[in-house]
Design a protein around this ligand. Structure first.
Ligand SMILES: *Cc1c(COP(=O)(O)O)cnc(C)c1O
Length: 356
């Protein structure tokens, strides 16, 4: 396939040519060639630098695998799990908890606002929870949750945290030092092809994982504790995807995390400014809640039409909303390689032309 479309979606993101080209290189047989293990270890070391400390594992599977694996591996039959939510991904954790026999209690905040700290505090005071789940960037609404005060509360109550940072890791600072299991994926801010989940695991989370009776093989995190050291993986790893991710991570580390975060902030700022100039309202309206990686625009019933016209007339691919927001929200991803002001300007010029 060869085309010159610009894909400004909130994942999968546009993949730089050198990352894409690395996928076509010959790679090791990961089951028999020790060079693979060496390569995997080095890649997890680089990711540990991005995560800031804890052990990192890379699983073969799209980001959703990480969400499922975290719940499957930390939640035992009857465990009480507090699911904090102000959006679709936050709600979704409760389904995984049900699936693996845990008792989910969702503490729901409106999708237009922040996580409600008071409500969280009350719920925590009401009962003992083993684990809490939450989302850093709610991609469907472009909301970045301020997790530090939430994680402080969980620490006070000795509750382990699982955080979905799939659409913020590598694009915005994530308070990883307070998080037990922090989930990311290759196809969002890393701008590598879809297919890999990355996650960090704290020591106390590993202990819990070892104690938990996991009702899954593919989604069990336990073997990943020793995989790199012992050179034994529970399945054949996705070498071509890993090689591409390695190239993407090298680009990111070369540019420097601070510079990368600034680039995201700048792209988001321009996107929101241009949207307001076009008379579009933003979701969320407050800049304090806005994610630097994705902007959600309120377009009342016109999402599919605008998306199709921007793509057909300008060759730029955008996303509509998800679930109940499908018709009313149009989303511009400015994450990873696409977090560049020129690309956002080009996108908003196209949207402006279509709106006129
Ligand atoms: C993209 C994303 C995932 C991974 O799921 P998809 O199948 O790619 O939608 C998980 N969580 C969040 C917050 C995401 O943005």
């Amino acid at each position: 396939m060869s085309d010159d479309r610009l894909r400004m979606t909130p994942g999968p993101t546009e993949i730089p040519d050198d990352v894409r080209e690395r996928m076509s290189e010959p790679t090791w047989n990961p089951d028999v060639e020790p060079e693979f293990v060496e390569f995997y270890r080095k890649l997890t070391d680089k990711l540990e630098a991005i995560y800031g400390g804890d052990d990192v594992a890379i699983l073969g599977g799209e980001g959703i695998l990480g969400l499922e694996a975290a719940v499957a591996s930390l939640v035992d039959e009857g465990d009480r799990v507090l699911c904090l939510s102000n959006g679709i991904y936050g709600d979704g954790f409760a389904d995984f908890v049900d699936l693996y026999g845990g008792e989910a209690e969702t503490c729901k905040s409106p999708s237009t606002g922040p996580l409600d700290l008071e409500a969280i505090e009350e719920t925590l005071a009401d009962g003992a929870f083993d684990v809490a789940t939450m989302v850093h960037c709610e991609t469907p609404t472009g909301t970045l949750n301020d997790l530090e005060p939430v994680l402080d509360l969980l620490a006070e109550h000795d509750v382990l945290s699982i955080v979905d940072a799939v659409s913020s890791l590598g694009g915005a600072p994530v308070p990883t030092e307070q998080i037990d299991v922090c989930l990311g994926a290759s196809q969002k801010c890393f701008s590598a092809p879809p297919g890999l989940t990355v996650l960090s695991v704290s020591d106390r989370a590993w202990e819990r994982i070892e104690e938990t009776e996991t009702r899954s093989f593919y989604a069990d995190l336990e073997p990943w504790r020793t995989a790199a050291d012992e050179g034994w993986f529970p399945y054949t790893h996705l070498t071509s995807n890993l090689v591409a991710l390695d190239a993407a991570i090298d680009r990111l580390l070369e540019e420097g995390l601070e510079a990368v975060f600034d680039r995201h902030e700048e792209a988001a700022r321009v996107c929101r400014k241009r949207a307001r100039e076009l008379g579009l309202s933003l979701y969320p309206e407050s800049d304090d809640l806005a994610s630097p990686t994705v902007t959600a625009l309120h377009v009342e019933g016109r999402a599919a039409d605008l998306q199709q016209r921007v793509q057909a007339e300008h060759g730029i691919v955008l996303s509509t909303g998800l679930a109940h927001l499908e018709d009313d929200v149009l989303r511009v991803g400015h994450m990873g390689h696409n977090a560049r002001v020129e690309r956002v300007e080009r996108t908003m010029d196209a949207l402006e032309a279509v709106l006129e």
